[in-house]
Design a protein around this ligand. Structure first.
Ligand SMILES: *[C@@H]1O[C@H](CO)[C@@H](O)[C@H](O)[C@H]1NC(C)=O
Ligand SMILES: *[C@@H]1O[C@H](CO)[C@@H](O)[C@H](O)[C@H]1NC(C)=O
Ligand SMILES: *[C@@H]1O[C@H](CO)[C@@H](O)[C@H](O)[C@H]1NC(C)=O
Length: 314
C-alpha cells in the first residue's frame, strides 16, 4: 500500500510538472553559444605575460553552457570585426586599466560600436560589463567620464532594488527567494574605488535614456548605481562581481553561502541565454577551435593574487 501511494504521488507530481513546464519554444535558439571575454593589460608585463583574463569569468560562462573565446587587446579593427561576426556576445571583465586609453578600452569601444550598428539591423549581440566593464559601458554610452570616488573596495552588500527590477529582463525569472536573499544578505561583492552616483546618472540625458537602473547601493554617503540594463539593447552591467561567489576564494568578503552561489549561476545563465539569441558563427570548425580559450592554460595564482587562476597572453 505504501509503495502504491508513493507511486501515485510520483505520478501526480509528474503530471503537474508536465503541465507547468512550458512547451519547448519554437523560436530559433543557438544552443552552442560562444562568448568573447576581453583581455586587458597586466600591471607589470613579463615575457609572455602582457595581458590577462581572470579564469573566474571563463568558468562563470562555461558553467551556464557557453564556450569562451579570449578577445585579445591590440588587434586591428578588421580582426575585431571578423571576431564580432563569429561570436555571440562579449563580456567586459573587471580590472584596473584605463577606460579612456588602454587596449581594453579601445577594443571595448570597437565592439560597442559594432553592436550598436548590428542592433540597427536587427542583429541581437549582447554586451555585458562587470565592474570596470560596467564603468566602460557608461563611458561608451555617454561619451564622458562621470564617475566619482566611493569607499567600496572589498565589501559585499545587499542590493537595493529599484521598482523597475521586478519586470527587468535580467531579474524577472530569478526565483523569488533568491531576489529576497539578494536584497537582504551580503552577496554582491564590490571592489571598486569609482562609481556612478545616482545623482550624476540621472543628470545625464544619454545615460537616462539608454539604461534602466535595476539596483543601487551606498558607501554610507554616496548612492551609486549597482545594476543596470539598457531599455532597447541587450546591454547590461553590474558594478559588483557575480562571478566571484562561486569561483574566487582568496578574500574573506567573498560570499559562498547557498544564495551567493545561486546568484553566480543565475547571472551567468541570464548572460548565456542572451547569447543564445545571436547566430554569428566562425567561418569553419577549424577557425572556431583555433580561437577557443581551450588553447590556453590558466595559471594558479591564489596566494599572491585576488584571483585563483589567470589566463596570461603574450
Ligand atoms: C599593445 O600595444 C602597445 C602600444 O603599441 C604596446 O606598448 C603593448 O605592449 C601592447 N600590449 C600587448 C599585450 O600587446
Ligand atoms: C570605508 O568603509 C569601511 C566599511 O566598509 C569603513 O570601515 C571605513 O572606515 C570607511 N572608510 C572611510 C574613509 O570612510
Ligand atoms: C553585512 O555586512 C555589514 C558590514 O559590511 C554588516 O554590518 C551586516 O551585519 C551584514 N549583514 C548580514 C546580513 O550579514
Amino acid at each position: 500500500m505504501g509503495v502504491l501511494s508513493f507511486l501515485l504521488f510520483c505520478y501526480v507530481v509528474n503530471g503537474i510538472s508536465a503541465i507547468a513546464i512550458p512547451r519547448i519554444s519554437t523560436d530559433k535558439r543557438n544552443d552552442r553559444p560562444i562568448i568573447g571575454v576581453l583581455a586587458q593589460e597586466v600591471y607589470q608585463p613579463q615575457p609572455k605575460q602582457n595581458s590577462y583574463i581572470a579564469a573566474s569569468y571563463v568558468k562563470f560562462l562555461e558553467a551556464a553552457g557557453a564556450r569562451v573565446v579570449p578577445v585579445m587587446i591590440n588587434q586591428t579593427e578588421e580582426e575585431y570585426t571578423q571576431l564580432f561576426k563569429s561570436i555571440n556576445g562579449i563580456l567586459f571583465p573587471g580590472g584596473g586599466v584605463s577606460i579612456l586609453s588602454s587596449g581594453y578600452a579601445r577594443a571595448a569601444g570597437i565592439f560597442y560600436k559594432l553592436a550598436m550598428e548590428a542592433a540597427s539591423q536587427g542583429d541581437y549581440f549582447p554586451l555585458w560589463g562587470t565592474c570596470l566593464g560596467f564603468e566602460q559601458l557608461l563611458l561608451l554610452t555617454c561619451g564622458e567620464n562621470l564617475l566619482s570616488h566611493t569607499n567600496t573596495t572589498g565589501v559585499s552588500l545587499p542590493l537595493q532594488f529599484t521598482k523597475e527590477a521586478a519586470e527587468s529582463r535580467l531579474f524577472k525569472s530569478f526565483p523569488p527567494n533568491l531576489i529576497e536573499a539578494l536584497a537582504t544578505e551580503n552577496i554582491t561583492e564590490n571592489s571598486h574605488t569609482w562609481s556612478i552616483s545616482v545623482e550624476s546618472f540621472m543628470k545625464n540625458e544619454a545615460l537616462k535614456k539608454f539604461y534602466k537602473i535595476l539596483s543601487t547601493n551606498t558607501d554610507g554617503s554616496t548612492e551609486f548605481v549597482s545594476t543596470m540594463e539598457a531599455y532597447n539593447h541587450p546591454v547590461y552591467g553590474t558594478q559588483w562581481h557575480p562571478e566571484k561567489n562561486a569561483f574566487e576564494w582568496s578574500k574573506p568578503y567573498y560570499a559562498h553561502t547557498p544564495s551567493a552561489i545561486q546568484t553566480t549561476f543565475y547571472m551567468a545563465n541570464f548572460i548565456v541565454s542572451e547569447a543564445k539569441k545571436n547566430f554569428h558563427s566562425f567561418a569553419s570548425k577549424d577557425e572556431e577551435e583555433k580561437h577557443l580559450i581551450y588553447n590556453y592554460n590558466p595559471v594558479f595564482t591564489g596566494a599572491s593574487s585576488s584571483f585563483q587562476q589567470i589566463y596570461y597572453f603574450e
